[in-house]
Every structure is written in structure tokens, then in C-alpha cells.
Design a protein around this ligand. Structure first.
Ligand SMILES: NC(=O)c1ccc[n+]([C@@H]2O[C@H](COP(=O)([O-])OP(=O)(O)OC[C@H]3O[C@@H](n4cnc5c(N)ncnc54)[C@H](OP(=O)(O)O)[C@@H]3O)[C@@H](O)[C@H]2O)c1
Length: 312
């Protein structure tokens, strides 16, 4: 199988930088499309780079994509809406597959689709389908680095505290380290013929654990039971609605916890799990007890405080 020619948008993000490096290391020809002002100093000299504003420079974007097979977007939340610029441009190119930024869980419920970032991501996928663009989406559940440390899922690894939401003590959560996801992107997109990936929701799973298993790992690490708080699904429902109504960004965190607590999270990465051949998967024990968990990015104090306020 020959290599796919890949364009990456969002090469510098927390998840995107590791994925970009893995794609480059795979040997596939990679081109970086970046917005004016982005830092490209870490892009290896052999990698093609094109600076453009994808919304304002459509013609240049179409030209930059003429020799590309797969467009992979890795933009963070603020950039999700901009991906409509790819939807406009791609029908005028020979690109065979568009992979919008997702890296979460498939959203099937009405409330989940009202969570702003979920809604915006889904609108991009829907617009791409409507435009006849072949699309593939990668779902990872939760990144270990954020799920265990910043409180988004109600787990505070360093503080030995966690929240059980609904039945999350007995329900599985799907977890991947950033390195595993990066290896998965390279394994999926470097050589697989784009036609084989079109229309697919591809799940990536490094490990799965129940809330009780995570609590047991914390106990093993600290020698004492973690401080457990319990939230009912009704409470979480109210939190989601309040956040949506008032534009509070925590709606995503509460909704993710709800999907864990009602057992839908693990199913929402789809049934089709992509295994990365030869990659030694991390275990819960290695990450939480063996201190192999890499730090997440540094968050502003007000965001840390906001997550912290949801664990009580
Ligand atoms: N499931 C999980 O647990 C989880 C956790 C984290 C992230 N994610 C998902 O992973 C994906 C990437 O997230 P991330 O946190 O890694 O992203 P990030 O660090 O915020 O990504 C920043 C990248 O996106 C680009 N970008 C940001 N805002 C932009 C804008 N307005 N216009 C154009 N480009 C913009 C940046 O370009 P510049 O270089 O120009 O700054 C940079 O390359 C997202 O879909 C996110 O939802 C999932």
C-alpha cells in the first residue's frame, strides 16, 4: 500500500501536536495548513507548510489541497466552526477523505447535541455529508491526561478524590493516552486507502475501567480510600441544562459524566475499534499507581477552579 498524502490543520494543539508528529514519523507525506500567526518553528524542515486564512482565502486553500488525499483537522474548540471552510473547498479538490476534529464520543442524544461544542462538531459532519464529501471520524472517549487530572470526568488523581455519577462505579469509561491516539492516527491514515475509511466512525481504545476500578487504583496509590462524592443523574441533568441555558462551558464536562453514569459512554466510541498493531497499551495500574500518567497542558487558574468546584 502506498502512502496517503495528508494535510493537517491544527498541528500545534495539545492533541494535534502529538498526532502531527506521529503522522510525520509514519513516513506519509504531510503538509501543514496553518493560520497566519501560528508558530511553525517546530515543523520539521522537510514538511510542506502553507500559511492561509482558510475562511478568507478559499482559492488558495483549494490550490493547496490539489495534491492531497486526506485532510485531517485537529483544531481545538475555538476553531471547530472554521472547518466549514474545508467543507466549502473540498468539492473543488481531489481530496478523498475529510477527518474533522472530534476525538471525543459520538453524540446520539438530543441533550448532547445541545451542548455547544458537540452541536458545532456535528454541524460540520452534517455539512460535509450534505456536500457529498467522504468523511471519517475518530472517537477516543476520554484522554487519560485530562480525564484523570483536571476533573472533567469527576476524577481528581492528585487530590485522591472522585465523583460517582449515576452508576459510574459499575460502568466503563473508555480511556486513551495522547501517545496511543497519535499512534492510532498514524496507523489509520498513513497507508489505508481512503475509500476503505470513508463514512466510518473509528473507535480507539487503550483501556477501559469502571469507576470502582479507578477508585481502587487510587487507594492502591495513596494507601487510603479516595474521597468519594455521589451525584445523581437528575442532578447532572440539571447542571447540563443550567450550563446550556447560561452559556457556561462546563456543559460538556457534566454531559460526559452523565454518559459515563448511564452506561452510554463506552458504546459511543462505536463498535468498530481500531487496534494499533504492536503498540504496548498502558494499563490503569501503570498510569495511576505507577506514575506513568503524563501531565495535561497547564490550564488557567479560573478553569482549574471551575472544574474543582464540580467535585464535592
Ligand atoms: N475526549 C477528550 O478527552 C478530549 C480532550 C482534549 C481535546 N479533545 C478534542 O481534541 C481536539 C483538539 O483539541 P485540543 O485541546 O488538542 O486543541 P487545542 O490545543 O486547543 O488546539 C489548538 C490548535 O487548533 C488551532 N486553533 C485553535 N483555535 C483556532 C481558531 N479559532 N482558528 C483556527 N485554528 C485554531 C491552533 O492553531 P494555531 O497554531 O494557529 O494556534 C492549534 O493548532 C478537539 O476536537 C477536542 O474536542 C478531546
Amino acid at each position: 500500500m502506498s502512502y496517503n498524502r495528508i494535510a493537517v490543520y491544527g498541528h500545534r494543539g495539545w492533541a494535534g501536536s502529538a498526532i502531527f508528529n506521529a503522522l510525520v514519523a509514519s513516513g506519509a507525506p504531510v503538509k501543514v495548513i496553518y493560520r497566519p500567526g501560528s508558530d511553525v518553528s517546530s515543523v520539521p524542515s522537510g514538511v510542506a507548510k502553507v500559511e492561509l486564512d482558510i475562511e478568507k482565502q478559499q482559492q488558495e486553500l483549494v490550490a493547496a489541497l490539489q495534491d492531497i488525499d486526506i485532510v485531517i483537522s485537529l483544531v481545538g474548540h475555538e476553531g471547530v466552526l472554521r472547518q466549514h471552510a474545508f467543507v466549502k473547498a473540498l468539492p473543488r479538490t481531489n481530496v478523498k477523505l475529510f477527518v474533522p476534529s472530534d476525538l471525543g464520543i459520538r453524540v446520539n442524544d438530543e441533550q448532547g447535541l445541545r451542548v455547544p461544542v458537540n452541536k458545532t462538531k456535528q454541524e460540520v459532519v452534517d455539512a460535509a455529508k450534505k456536500a457529498g464529501i467522504s468523511t471519517a471520524v475518530v472517537q477516543v472517549g476520554c484522554f487519560a491526561e485530562s480525564a484523570f487530572s483536571i476533573g472533567i470526568m469527576g476524577i481528581d488523581y492528585t487530590g485522591n478524590r472522585m465523583v460517582f455519577t449515576g452508576d459510574s462505579a459499575n460502568q466503563l469509561v473508555n480511556i486513551c493516552t495522547r501517545d496511543y491516539v497519535a499512534a492510532a492516527y498514524a496507523s489509520i491514515f498513513a497507508r489505508t486507502p481512503p475509500a476503505e475509511l470513508a463514512g466510518r466512525v473509528i473507535g480507539v481504545s487503550e483501556l477501559k475501567a469502571t469507576g470502582s476500578e479507578i477508585a481502587a487504583a487510587l487507594k492502591k496509590k495513596y494507601g487510603v480510600e479516595p474521597h468519594i462524592f455521589k451525584h445523581s443523574l437528575e442532578k447532572v441533568d440539571n447542571e447540563i441544562e443550567t450550563c446550556i441555558k447560561n452559556g457556561i462551558p462546563l456543559s460538556l464536562a457534566w454531559w460526559c459524566r452523565k454518559t459515563w453514569g448511564n452506561g452510554t459512554l463506552v458504546k459511543s466510541i462505536g463498535e468498530e475499534i481500531w487496534e494499533v498493531e504492536g503498540y504496548p497499551k498502558a494499563t490503569l495500574e501503570e498510569l495511576l499507581v505507577g506514575d506513568k500518567l503524563s501531565p495535561y497542558r497547564d490550564l488557567p487558574p479560573q478553569i482549574k477552579q471551575a472544574f474543582n468546584s464540580t467535585i464535592h
